[in-house]
Every structure is written in structure tokens, then in C-alpha cells.
Design a protein around this ligand. Structure first.
Ligand SMILES: [Fe+2]
Ligand SMILES: [Fe+2]
Length: 356
């Protein structure tokens, strides 16, 4: 039953009996009781509010990122090899498709199942950021005067891209039907599986493309594009954190869902995703490009995959080392923070989990 109907179907005398503590103590990520009025103070799920506040601090717009050097380089004969240009376009096509899929997935499939208002706020902000990313890729396409057919139209000519997009869309297919609703063991497991698909999208599928853009910049090629990707990467880190927390909180709230069989299934989803991402990355770089080889790409993706497994309480599979330790400096370094609220933010205390 949609949240709004729950409120409408209750009489005033029934509502009158309820207190805020009743509402908050019954709050859950899914299958909670909520009146649909977004009462987010105090909180039941403080992780979502922390992430939301960090997302606000991370506000940026693609027009702030200078693309002048990239435009000059793209148009200077010999500055980029033909192979490098194709790798660039193919990577751009894929990340653009991925953010497009995710914008729709969050808005259409995910938010309608969430019954925690603070979690909903964070997901709504995430959806805005995915839309911003879609817009960022369009900004790059326009700045470089690329043929949209070579980027947006690539999945119609490139079987590997078509298959990868199809596979990602299928991972959300089980919760996409208009009448899908959590509330049974089977449906709740399907929703949890979709949360894992989000972790895979945010935390594995972007990673060969991100790596390719950073490797270009380390070789003094297309630095504006890598800066744009770095802003996007910072957002994706928060999205990953959000879905890791959502997954772990659903596990706590409904531990019966996290069966041994289901854990095996989740492990397989993550390990298959690493293999798929490797196949895709390898098809982009061929024998190698600018020091990025199929071997170190595989090692890197396995290192990422192990981290994702551990984040949701599963053991590592590969024990691979990060062959590109400089990536950590990029993703964890303090970027230029566009903090519109500096000086005006107050420290609010966060409500306890059981509030009365
Ligand atoms: Fe995104
Ligand atoms: Fe994202």
C-alpha cells in the first residue's frame, strides 16, 4: 500500500492516539510504518542524514570544470592516438549509459519501497547527482564536439556494450514491475538483491572507466575530463556508502533474510560483476594503453571486489593488491570543496535509535 494511502485511510481518532516516538520506533528502511510526511528529526537511521549532509557539501556543477586543454588536445593531430580516442569515447559511452540507468532505477524502482524518510532524502539527493552526472557527460560531448552517435549511439553498434547494459538492466528487473512491493520473505530478499546490484553498479562497474580517465591524466592527456570524472567519483563513493549502509541495516532489521544460501548468491553477484567489468575493461584497452594492461586491470578490479565483499560482511575472494596505489590519493584527497554553507552550519545532535 502506498505510504500516502496509509495516512488517508486512517481516521483522525486513530492518528490522535499515536506519538512521534511510536512513528520513529517503528521506522525501518523497508516495511516500516511511516505517515509519508518526512519527519526527519529525530532520526532512526542517522547514517542517511550524515551521508545527506556530506552530499550537500560535495555540491558542484560541470560548467566549473575547465575543458580547454582537452578541446585543444582532442583537435591537435597526434596528441592522442586513434586507439586512445576510441578508448575515451567507449569509456564515456559506458559511464553515460550507467548513470542514465541509475537515475531511472532510483526514481522508478528504489524510492517507492523505502519507508525511512531520512533514507528517502539521501536517495532523492543521489538521484539528483546521477542526473548531474548524465548532464556532465553531455557537457563533455559538447565541449569536444563529439558525434553523439559515437557515444550515445554506441550501444547500438557495439555488441559488448549492448550486452553489458542489458545485464545491468536485468539486475533491477526483478523489482521493476509496477506491482512489486516488499513485505514477504521472497520479495524482501529480491529487494536486498537489488541493493547488492546497486553496490555493484556504484562500486565495481564504474571502476575500469574511472581508472582509464585517471591514467590519461597521469600521462598529461585530457586533464579536464579526469577532473570531471573525479567529481563524479567522489559522488559515487557516497552512493556506494549509502547502499552499503542500506544493505547492512536491512540485514540488521530483518536478519532472517541473510541466509547462507542468499550469502552465496550475493557473493556470486559480486564475483560475476568483477569478471564482467574485467571483460569490458579488457575489450576497451586491448593489449594495453599507457601502462594499463589486462593483467593489472584484473588485479585492480579484484582488489575492489574484495573490498565490496568485506563491506557487507563477506570474506575476501582474491586477496589481490592494488596495483595503482596512487588512486587512493586521488579519491581520498581533499578536493576543492564547494561549501555554500560554510559558517552557517550548526552542529545538530542526532536522535537516538529508540527515542521517547
Ligand atoms: Fe553517477
Ligand atoms: Fe551513483
Amino acid at each position: 500500500m502506498p505510504i500516502a494511502d496509509k495516512l488517508v485511510q486512517k481516521s483522525f481518532s486513530e492518528i490522535e492516539q499515536r506519538s512521534n516516538s511510536d512513528i520513529i520506533n517503528k521506522r525501518r528502511v523497508i516495511n516500516g510504518e511511516d505517515d509519508g510526511l518526512m519527519q526527519v528529526s529525530p532520526l532512526k537511521h542517522p547514517f542517511a542524514d550524515e551521508i545527506f549532509k556530506t552530499m550537500l557539501k560535495n555540491t558542484w556543477v560541470p560548467q566549473e570544470v575547465p575543458m580547454g586543454k582537452d578541446v585543444e588536445m582532442w583537435n591537435t593531430p597526434g596528441a592522442l592516438t586513434e586507439q586512445e580516442k576510441r578508448v575515451y569515447e567507449r569509456s564515456l559511452a559506458f559511464v553515460s549509459n550507467l548513470d542514465g540507468i541509475q537515475t531511472n532505477n532510483l526514481v522508478i524502482n528504489i524510492t517507492r519501497q523505502i519507508t525511512s524518510p531520512e533514507v528517502s532524502l539521501a536517495i532523492v539527493r543521489q538521484a539528483y547527482e546521477e542526473a548531474l552526472h548524465v548532464h556532465s557527460y553531455a557537457t563533455m560531448i559538447e565541449a569536444l564536439n563529439l558525434n553523439p552517435e559515437d557515444v550515445y549511439g554506441l550501444y547500438r553498434k557495439d555488441m559488448e556494450l549492448y550486452n553489458k547494459n542489458k545485464r545491468i538492466l536485468q539486475s533491477f528487473g526483478k523489482i521493476a514491475k509496477p506491482d512489486f512491493k516488499t513485505g514477504t520473505f521472497e520479495k524482501d530478499q529480491l529487494f536486498l538483491e537489488a541493493c547488492v546490484a546497486n553496490i555493484v553498479l556504484e562500486g565495481i562497474y564504474f571502476y575500469s572507466a574511472f581508472l582509464i580517465f585517471y591514467i590519461f591524466r597521469r600521462n598529461n592527456k585530457m586533464p579536464g575530463s579526469a577532473d570531471m570524472i573525479q567529481f563524479i567519483n567522489r559522488d559515487e563513493d557516497m552512493h556506494l556508502k549509502l547502499f552499503i549502509s542500506i544493505t547492512n541495516t536491512i540485514k540488521e532489521e530483518q536478519p532472517e533474510l541473510w541466509t547462507e544460501g542468499f550469502q552465496k548468491e550475493v557473493r556470486k553477484i559480486i564475483t560475476d560483476a568483477v569478471d564482467l567489468e574485467y571483460e569490458w575493461g579488457k575489450s576497451c584497452i586491448g593489449d594495453g594503453i599507457l601502462g594499463l594492461t589486462p593483467e593489472n586491470l584484473r588485479e585492480y578490479l579484484q582488489f575492489i571486489g574484495d573490498m565490496r565483499l568485506q563491506m557487507i560482511g563477506l570474506p575476501k575472494k582474491w586477496n589481490s593488491k592494488n596495483p595503482f596505489p596512487w588512486i587512493d590519493e586521488i579519491t581520498q584527497s581533499s578536493m576543492i570543496e564547494v561549501n555554500f554553507f560554510e559558517g552557517t552550519v550548526k552542529e545538530y545532535s542526532i536522535g537516538t535509535l529508540d527515542w521517547d
